[in-house]
Write a protein that binds this ligand. Structure first.
Ligand code: AMP
Length: 196
């Protein structure tokens, strides 16, 4: 019954770790980026609206993002917990998540902050651009996404630190090493994990 957030700059490895952590914690991983991308692929109304922001490396407006998360967190599979990957990213989204959770009487257990330096991030994202062909992984857009992260999302770390929720983990090294670091930190906080 764990409710966790995964925060970190683009390219820190959130998506990869989210899948593994959701298995370790036995909760669904909810990635707003994945949900937006699948809407874009399926040509939904939301996808059409989100695409213009995503392709420019900008955040999708809070109103659209908050509605999406509110409805996803009302589905029954999150009753026993969830892992949010890439949400919240703005102060307004923090307020929305607080409100959603207050409505269900639940609280966050932990915020995992995955850190990586910007040279490493640019290297990883350029590699991902070649491998996955994501339209927001071009060099200019990567730089813009890093700026937007620094401006709008980095300040959230202090909000959650003040609540005593943040666990900072170094995102450098092999995927297995990073997973082990995160699960070690969660274990140390008494968060229940499935044996791998
Ligand atoms: P990600 O896969 O998490 O890197 O997200 C890819 C893109 O989706 C971001 O660059 C944004 O354009 C959009 N996006 C994902 N999550 C959010 C969010 N919480 N708020 C606003 N935009 C988001």
């Amino acid at each position: 019954m764990t409710r966790l957030l995964l925060i970190g700059p683009p390219g820190a490895g959130k998506g990869t770790q989210a899948v593994r952590l959701s298995q370790a914690c036995n909760v669904p991983a909810i990635s707003t980026g994945d949900i937006f991308r699948s809407n874009v692929q399926n040509g939904t109304e939301l996808g059409l609206k989100a695409a213009e922001f995503m392709n420019a490396g900008k955040y999708v407006p809070d109103s659209l993002t908050n509605d999406l998360v509110r409805s996803r967190l009302n589905e029954p599979d999150v009753d026993n917990g969830f892992l949010l990957d890439g949400y919240p990213r703005t102060a307004a989204q923090v307020a929305e998540l607080d409100d959603i959770l207050a409505g269900t009487g639940h609280e966050l257990d932990v915020v995992v902050l995955l850190v990586a330096d910007s040279d490493e991030i640019v290297k990883r994202l350029s590699k991902r651009a070649l491998e996955q062909g994501r339209s927001d992984d071009t060099e200019d857009v990567i730089r813009h996404r890093l700026d937007v992260y620094a401006e709008q999302t980095a300040p959230l770390i202090e909000i959650y630190s003040d609540r005593g929720l943040v666990v900072e983990v170094d995102g450098l090294g092999s995927v297995d090493d990073v997973t082990a670091r995160i699960t070690g930190a969660l274990d140390a906080r008494g968060i229940a994990l499935l044996a791998s």
